[in-house]
Design a protein around this ligand. Structure first.
Ligand SMILES: [Zn+2]
Ligand SMILES: [Zn+2]
Length: 388
């Protein structure tokens, strides 16, 4: 059977699953589960793949809501990553209900290509993208060790062959001061809230003198207990982002100095922890070109990989290990912000459902190209190795 025939079959196989995929996407949207609590989503998605003939391993990498579903054997091993976590409070405002259902739809649709050409489709259920960088943990624990190429489709306000993303690290801080009556004995107190406010001011001063593409932003998670008590304990969470890892290292030192200076000025004690690290997303251009061609073949109009990175994703950590792309399908009007109520609505709109089906088609067609042509895989890997 030629590749063209398999590709048209694969598209038909996505269409044949449409009702089930859309229903599952809506069910996951209606049952939002935040990072590492995605019990229902992981169960429903892995069950779908199991019924469709995939071999399932649940709770991989010591993460109860992660899974691996495999069809076929040998190489190339194409990983389709499925994100299914929601955001706290606002729910599926990043549309991960579409990412995961597109991945499983594509995997099931692409089975004939495995039967024809050999190789493996591996759906990796990757929890906690938003809060804890689940893929970073899975990457560390070897989930991508035997994978040749990794991809997912993320919903967006535009079609894109692959996104870039900034390196990002989380900084948790606490200040410890001394409580006192805020009116009667303020001179006895050490104000942990002033230390945190001073830190913000220091960062605001720093911001003027950093690389224009770097980002520093944060929130106060505890500001005190009562207005008439000098706060003796405060805490905050900050994100520091940069285009590359080297600049991020420079910036970390400068940002930390803002907190240390505030501790010195107020007498409060600083405790800090650098936490989740998201590597910059290095998009593979050869792979993105194949994806773009397939997106155009189903009526999408993907923009090329942008010069500027925007947010951050744990897909970045995957892109350090294997050739990776992070294409996007439009489901909402241009400039609609992710993580907004509007985007949450779009994720189950007619446009959202179309994005899911088109995303599944684009992933499946790209998988067929990779399975059918070993030279393409070699070219993609060659680019990856030379970029290292
Ligand atoms: Zn998000
Ligand atoms: Zn997202």
């Amino acid at each position: 059977m030629d590749t063209g025939k398999i590709k048209s079959d694969v598209v038909k196989r996505v269409v044949a699953q449409s009702n089930k995929l859309v229903a599952l996407s809506h069910k996951i949207h209606d049952n939002p589960e935040t990072g590492f609590h995605e019990l229902k989503a992981a169960k429903w998605l892995s069950a779908y793949l199991e019924i469709s003939g995939f071999e399932i391993e649940r709770g991989i990498c010591d993460l109860p809501t992660a899974f691996r579903a495999t069809y076929g054997s040998g190489s190339p091993a194409i990983a389709l990553m499925a994100e299914y976590d929601a955001l706290p409070e606002i729910g599926h405002a990043c549309g991960h209900n579409i990412i995961c259902t597109a991945a499983i739809g594509a995997a099931v649709a692409a089975k004939p290509a495995i039967d024809q050409f050999g190789g493996r489709i591996v759906v990796l259920g990757t929890p906690a993208e938003e809060l804890f960088g689940g893929k970073a943990i899975m990457a560390e624990r070897g989930a991508f060790k035997d994978i040749d190429i990794a991809m997912l489709v993320h919903p967006s306000s535009h079609d894109l062959s692959s996104a870039r993303a900034l390196a990002c690290i989380t900084l948790e801080v606490e200040f410890f001061g001394k409580a006192a009556h805020a009116a009667a004995r303020p001179e006895e107190g050490i104000n942990a809230l002033e230390a945190l406010i001073l830190s913000f001011n220091g960062i605001n001063s720093l911001r003027q003198h950093i690389n224009e593409r770097a980002r520093i932003h944060g929130i106060i998670t505890k500001g005190g207990d009562a207005p008439n008590v000098v706060p003796d304990h405060t805490s905050g969470t900050f994100l520091v982002r940069a285009v590359d890892e080297a600049y991020l290292e420079d910036l970390k030192v400068k940002v930390l100095s803002c907190f240390q200076a505030a501790a010195l000025a107020t007498g409060a004690r600083l405790k800090y922890t650098w936490k989740e690290y998201y590597a910059p997303l290095r998009a593979n251009t050869a792979l993105a070109e194949i994806m773009a061609t397939n997106m155009r073949s189903i009526g999408r109009d993907p923009q090329p990989i942008p010069d500027r990175a925007s947010g951050s994703s744990d897909v970045g950590n995957v892109s350090m290990l294997v050739p990776t792309i992070h294409p996007e399908v439009a489901i909402a009007p241009p400039k609609t912000s992710l993580h907004s109520v509007e985007f949450r609505t779009a994720a189950v709109s007619a446009g959202g459902d179309r994005g899911l089906i088109d995303g599944a088609k684009a992933l499946a067609l790209t998988a067929v190209d990779l399975l059918a042509d070993k030279d393409l895989v070699r070219k993609i890997k060659g680019e990856f190795l030379s970029a290292k």
